[in-house]
Every structure is written in C-alpha cells, then in structure tokens.
Design a protein around this ligand. Structure first.
Ligand code: FAD
Ligand code: FO1
Length: 452
C-alpha cells in the first residue's frame, strides 16, 4: 500500500466512474514511482483501466534540444515499459492547463493523479487543471523521500534546521518500492501513435544547445549509473567530491532531475552498504538533506528566483553595497561565451556549455563571480539562472534555484566577514580554489572536453 501521507488532494472532487490517469511530469519513470503505484491502487479499487499521460509543453524554462532530447528518449523508454504492463502512454503537446482538461473530457477520465513539483510554473498548471476538471486531482510526492509538505510546514533557515526533521521522519518514509503488477483492466479507447523521432522538429524546440553524448538517458541507464557510482565512487566520495579535477561526484543529477531515478532508490542502496561511513554520510547530506531542502525552499518561497527570496540579512547587506565599484563588469553575452579575465571561471563556463554538467564545487565559484562582475545582485541572479537553465542537463530544478540563491543571496547560509560588493555574503576566490585543487589541471581538462 502506498503511504497515504504521500498523497494530497488538489481539488474537492471525488474520484468518479471512468479510467484513472497518472499525469506524469517530474518523476518520468515506471519503477519506484509512488504516484504511479498510487494511481494503480486507485484504479484497482474502482475496477478501472489505468493510463499515463505526459503533456509536452512547447517551452519549459529555457530548455533547449539538449534537455528535450534527453527527456524524450527517457519518455520513449517509459512508454515501452508501460505497454508491457498493459498500460497505455499518451503524449499530449501544448499548454497542460488546456490539454489535460481536454484529455480528461475526451476519455471520460474518472480520477487524475499527478506527481509533485514545487516550481511556480508547474504549480500553475496544476491549479488550472484542478479547477477545470470535474473529477479528483491528487498529488503524490514521489520525488522527495519525505513528502515536502510533511518534512516541514515552513521555509527552513538551512540544512541544520531541516536535517533533524528529516532524520525523525525518514524511517517512516524510506521504504522499499513494490513492483508494479500488470494492470488487469485494459484501456478501452484508442491509443494514438507517438511520432517519437519527429517530435523535436514538430515542437519547434530551440536546437542551439546540442544534446550531450557522454550520458545516455532513461531508467535502465540511470540504474547502471547508480550501480557504477556505488561500486566505483561512493567509497571515495568524501575526499573527492569537491575536487573538480576528479570524477568524484555521482553524475546522477540529470537522472534525478528528470526522475529517471528515484532519490529514495539511491538512498536505499546507499543505506544497504557498509563501510566508508564518512563518504556515505557526506553523500547522504547532499542527496537527502540538501536536495530536499531545495524543494522546501521553492515550495515555501515562491519568489525563489528573485532578490526578494533572499533572507532579510542578505538583502540588507547587498543593498548596502549596491554602489560599490565593480572592478570588472561583464555582459550576459561575454559571460555566456566564457571570455572573462579569469581562466578558471572560463573553464567552468566551458564545461557547462560543452558537457551540460558543471562540477558542483565550481558552480559555487561560478555563481559568486557573476555577483562580483555584474552591476547588481538582481542582474547576477538573472544571468546565473539563464545560463544554468539553458546549458545544465539538470537545470530548471529546485536545486538550481536554491544553489544560485545560496551563492548570490545567502539562502541557507550565514553572514561572513563584510567586503565590497558581497557585503556579508560568503566570498570565494581564485586563490582559495588553488588551495583546494589543481586549477591548471581543471582548466586543461575543460579545454580537452571542448574538443578541437
Ligand atoms: P553529487 O555530489 O553526486 O550529489 C548527488 C545528488 O545530491 C545530486 O544529484 C543532487 O540531487 C544532490 N545534491 C548535491 N549537491 C546539492 C546541492 N548543493 N543542493 C541540492 N542538491 C544537491 N543541482 C541540480 O540538480 N540542478 C541545478 O541546476 C543545479 N544548479 C546549481 C547552481 C549552483 C550555483 C550551485 C551552487 C549548485 C547547483 N546545483 C544544482 C546543486 C549541485 O551542484 C548539483 O546537484 C550537483 O553538482 C549534481 O551533480 P551530481 O549528481 O554528480 O552530484
Ligand atoms: N514537465 C512536463 O510536464 N512537461 C514538459 O514539457 C516538461 C519539459 C521539461 C523540459 C526540461 C526540463 O528540465 C524539465 C521539463 N519538465 C516538463 C518538468 C520536469 O519534469 C520537472 O517537473 C521540473 O523541471 C522540476 O520540478
């Protein structure tokens, strides 16, 4: 049974007669998917067919072919796996607020189940759909181990305030997933063919940011990447994760962002292993505390991508330093092309543009330098979000809005020694990086990555 504490109603309607539909958006997977498992339980209790629908929005927070290509290949694998379970997969294209109600009416759907995202755009879709369909819309948080609205009733100050709440609730929510049985009731209506290969062209997707080739999308590849991380990298994560010249991170974020892999699955696997406690602890802090803190931030702070979303102390100190002289000023275009005076920063920018995944340690330095080299914190945050969401495979994610707000606006951080421009926002320097890792090696590596 799916823990009903993971489920919350988004309208007052009750499930009616008719097929049950899982409106898939964030958790784009068949295995380990609480929203899909709950939708099936509901369908079985009503003796109804079950279908899965994904609505392809024509534009999503600056996503380009790089992200849509990765996502569509993953969805094609989902459609195939669902078919093997007697479950149809429907791909709608257009604005979800319009397409979903049309779909519900056309197939006389009796109940809709959705997964959870705290992003304003997605919440706007859900609010519109909830009010336009005459049947129930329920939301299931299968992205966080502890449902976001249960972990805390408010925006947390930092990891240190959310961590004890998660520790207390985790035992009840970190549970293994049942396998999804083949659905006994067949879907009555027709199932339109999905023109997978011509979709990008028909969707007029921005193709200026090419797909990556070093990472293969989909649930199976995500599981393989998890196994590789557990065997080869987890034991050294503690000491290697902050050295961008090493492959010390898991490289799981694109799979977690698109939901090809459940964070709870990663947590269950990490917990089942023994030894390397400091590495497992360090990884746990990022995977569970930092990631669920980011959803907490976006869920309770709707202004998560603006200056107003910064804590009061940070707004105050940044305001006090608005007039400070900027030694360097770069436009968004100069920053995007990685043509600054700082070779280390340029290397990080190059890595993001070419590889679609900047090293986690460099993201902090990268964002903080944008604050230093632009005319205002607002411009810095806007440029960082634009570049992050345009080039990162894992972009357009609460982790990104929280990461950028941490770097530029002190979110989930504390005040540090006051200095020009930054005020009391934590500062990071080129020389500081030199004490942490071999800067030349990182710079040369990213040059090689960009190829000839
Ligand atoms: P690992 O170190 O292997 O971590 C495993 C998982 O833990 C990650 O996949 C992620 O889900 C979580 N995690 C790790 N670090 C953080 C963190 N600081 N905050 C929240 N969760 C974390 N992450 C994104 O997923 N998308 C983004 O767009 C993004 N933008 C960022 C921008 C800035 C300025 C900063 C400072 C951080 C950003 N992060 C973002 C967080 C972090 O850098 C990435 O999650 C991480 O580098 C992804 O690589 P990985 O999966 O190999 O990380
Ligand atoms: N979710 C959808 O329901 N429909 C989309 O068309 C869609 C496009 C998309 C493109 C890039 C990307 O990074 C995410 C995208 N998502 C889409 C949303 C995603 O699945 C997550 O819900 C959020 O990004 C994180 O909350």
């Amino acid at each position: 049974m799916v823990n009903r504490a993971r489920v919350r109603p988004l309208n007052q309607a009750r499930p009616g007669q008719g097929p049950v539909v899982y409106w898939m958006s964030r958790d784009q997977r068949v295995r380990d998917n609480w929203a899909l498992l709950y939708a099936q339980e509901l369908a079985l209790s009503l003796g109804q067919p079950l279908g899965v629908v994904f609505c392809l929005a024509p534009a999503f927070l600056g996503a380009s072919l790089r992200q849509y290509g990765f996502m569509l290949k993953g969805l094609q694998e989902v459609a195939g796996d669902l078919a093997d379970l007697n479950l149809p997969f429907f791909l709608l294209t257009g604005e979800p607020a319009r397409e979903l109600p049309g779909f519900v009416a056309h197939y006389r759907v009796g109940a809709v189940v959705s997964d959870f995202s705290p992003l304003r755009l997605v919440r706007g879709w859900k609010t519109a759909v909830a009010s336009r369909i005459g049947v129930s819309l329920e939301e299931v948080d299968g992205h966080n181990v502890v449902p976001c609205w249960l972990a805390s009733p408010k925006a947390e100050y930092g990891a240190y305030t959310l961590r004890p709440k998660l520790k207390r609730l985790l035992p009840a929510f970190l549970e293994d997933f049942p396998a999804l049985p083949r659905h006994p009731v067949g879907w009555a209506g027709e199932r339109p063919e999905i023109p997978w290969k011509d979709l990008p062209a028909t969707l007029a997707i921005d193709t200026t940011v090419p797909e990556v080739t070093w990472l293969t999308p989909g649930e199976r590849q995500a599981r393989a990447a998890l196994d590789h991380f557990l065997e080869q990298r987890l034991p050294f994560y503690g000491e290697r994760r902050n050295d961008p010249t090493l492959d010390g991170q898991s490289d799981l974020s694109p799979y977690l962002h698109f939901g090809h892999l459940a964070a709870a699955r990663v947590a269950l696997e990490v917990e089942s292993r023994r030894g390397h406690d400091s590495s497992r602890e360090a990884f746990w802090e990022e995977l569970i505390v930092r990631r669920e803190l980011a959803d907490n931030f976006c869920f309770y702070q709707p202004l998560y991508d603006t200056f107003a979303g910064f804590p009061a102390w940070a707004q105050k100190t940044l305001n006090q330093h608005r007039q400070d002289k900027r030694e360097k000023l770069y436009t968004a275009a100069e920053l995007e092309s990685g043509r600054t005076h700082d070779e280390l920063w340029n290397a990080a920018q190059r890595q993001m543009v070419q590889r679609g995944k900047m090293h986690g340690y460099m993201r902090m330095y990268w964002a903080k330098k944008i604050l230093e080299w632009t005319a205002s914190p607002e411009e810095a945050q806007a440029v960082a979000i634009y570049l992050n969401d345009r080039y990162e495979l894992d972009g357009r994610d609460p982790n990104g809005y929280a990461g950028i707000a941490w770097s530029i606006g002190g979110v989930h951080d504390r005040a540090w020694f006051e200095r020009p421009i930054f005020g009391k926002i934590r500062y990071m320097s080129y020389n500081g990086c030199r004490t942490k890792f071999n800067v030349e090696v990182y710079i040369n590596q990213t040059r090689e990555e960009s190829g000839p």
